[in-house]
Design a protein around this ligand. Structure first.
Ligand code: SF4
Length: 488
């Protein structure tokens, strides 16, 4: 289970003990031929995407007079229920959920960002990080640009507004061409809904239709409430343009080099009932569990997941090894964001408030404990202790991903290299550190065998970042982070 950076709040709906790594935003969009209950639909979509960000939620909808009405708020989507479920009819809108902020006001960096500029009215929802954002921001600043937010998403709006190109497609090529890194965008441009994915396809994005209404979403789970009749991925480098008469596809950029789809979407971020990158997340996690079981001969009585993120992997692992699968840890789903964890002791308490061992499953057993990944190791340490206190005779820690060793510049907040426990200790040292009897990671080769070797970004494991980081490091899902500049 990924772990929360010290400053971040505990996400309520993320899997595991709630100690989760930050920054995975979600975007949504709707375009109907005539006004419908649009804010309601965006509410249901963002509610389904809540796992991608709990810090703020927002929508921007098209008003009868052509203006965009933006409503952004800190906190969970459900907190906007009253307003959005009773919103006025509209024909177009976009929405966004966002994870953590660094320091300042969450609302300041909440999305969608809505502006009126030289090219019209634009509301933007962005998932990903621009890896050369600092360089682009410096260039814009030198030209006199004034920024309202710390979000790299704002750079996109500045570049659109300042573009000398004419026609929407050429303006987009001109504005987005110099950007490197990850952007999956849901964009309301006057009354048109646009869905745009960067040429490397880092983050997922889907377009769908039901009864003449078009939907755009980060994950297919956001489309389930509507029972869509058509759905496909937005291709890397593609812009899907939807207006009152239908949808058309524009090729903004040719796919750039090899694809760089974020493999962590399948390991951890995406919801298991989603399809992302053309794959079932559920099936991918079962495959990762089976791959983890290959060559693992540790003697054990029971396989126990760290819920929820380790569950499917543990099922795949147990099936391949012919071992019993049991829920030896119960997760309290109500422990959520009320637990802010400023100190190590508080974080350990938060684990205990969130995960509860089932003594009947664990007592006297040799347990294989399955989690998705290991960041600092402190959460796993607390969980291993819980299992042993409940009577587990042995605990063998197994991780469904390779060792996390590098930062991510494409939308995920991974701590500094020094903080990542795999940069300090080998598997044996980690087992000692967390108090387990053994520790083993899925190796990169097995990961490739399970999911296919081509078209993935695996930079946080192997340090081969597909896009250079220039002018200082990128921040996290829309926020420039000066402190991250020294991370490489
Ligand atoms: S570095 Fe890791 S988390 Fe970031 S995009 Fe690549 S695979 Fe995903």
């Amino acid at each position: 289970m990924l772990e929360t950076p010290v400053r971040a709040r505990v996400p309520a709906e993320r899997p595991g003990s709630g100690d989760a790594l930050g920054h995975y935003c979600g975007v949504a969009g709707v375009r109907a031929p005539s006004p419908v209950d649009l804010s309601q639909r965006l509410f249901y979509m963002l509610f389904a995407l809540q796992h991608r960000g709990q810090e703020s939620a927002g929508i921007a909808t098209l008003m009868p007079d052509g203006r965009h009405l933006a409503d952004r708020r800190e906190g969970m989507v459900a907190e906007a229920r009253e307003r959005w479920l009773s919103g006025a009819p509209s024909a177009a809108g976009v929405g966004h959920v966002r994870y953590s902020t660094e320091g300042g006001s969450g609302l300041r960096n909440a999305q969608p960002l809505a502006v009126e500029c030289t090219k019209g009215r634009i509301a933007l929802a962005h998932n990903g990080n621009i890896s050369n954002a600092a360089e682009i921001r410096a260039a814009l600043s030198a030209e006199g640009a004034i920024f309202q937010t710390a979000a790299d998403s704002e750079l996109i709006l500045h570049r659109i507004s300042r573009s000398k190109a004419s026609g929407m497609e050429d303006v987009l090529r001109d504005a987005l061409g110099p950007l490197e890194g990850a952007y999956s965008l849901a964009l309301l441009w006057d009354d048109q809904l646009l869905a745009i994915r960067d040429p490397r396809g880092f983050r997922p994005l889907h377009v769908a239709r039901k009864d003449g209404v078009w939907y755009v979403a980060s994950e297919t789970c956001a489309l389930h409430p509507f029972g869509v009749e058509f759905e496909r991925e937005v291709e890397p480098g593609e812009c899907v343009v939807i207006d009152g008469s239908g949808m058309r596809s524009v090729r903004l950029f040719e796919p750039e080099g090899v694809l760089s789809r974020c493999v962590f979407e399948l390991i951890y971020f995406a919801r298991p009932d989603s399809r992302v990158f053309g794959r079932s997340v559920h099936e991918a996690r079962r495959l990762l569990g089976a791959a983890l079981a290959e060559d693992d001969a540790v003697e054990a009585d029971v396989v126990v997941p760290v819920p929820d993120s380790g569950t499917l992997t543990a099922m795949g692992y147990a099936a391949r090894r012919g071992l019993p699968f049991e829920f030896g840890l119960t997760r309290n789903h109500y422990a959520g964001r009320s637990f802010i964890m400023p100190t190590k002791a508080d974080r350990e308490l938060a684990v205990r408030m969130k995960l509860h061992p089932v003594r009947e499953v664990l007592e006297g057993k040799r347990v294989v404990m399955i989690d998705d990944s290991l960041v600092r190791g402190t959460t796993s340490k607390a969980i291993v202790r819980l299992l042993k206190e409940a009577g587990a005779k042995e605990v063998h820690l197994r991780l469904a991903s390779p060792e996390l060793r590098w930062p991510c510049y494409y939308g995920i907040d991974i701590p500094t290299r020094e903080e990542l426990v795999s940069n300090r200790l080998d598997s044996e040292g980690i087992a000692d550190f967390v108090g387990a009897d053994s520790c083993r990671f899925l190796d990169l080769e097995r990961l490739g065998e399970a999911l296919g070797t081509e078209g993935w970004c695996k930079a946080c494991f192997d340090g081969r970042h597909p896009c250079p980081v220039r002018g200082g490091a990128a921040g996290k899902c829309g926020v420039l982070d000066a402190a991250a500049a020294g991370r490489t």
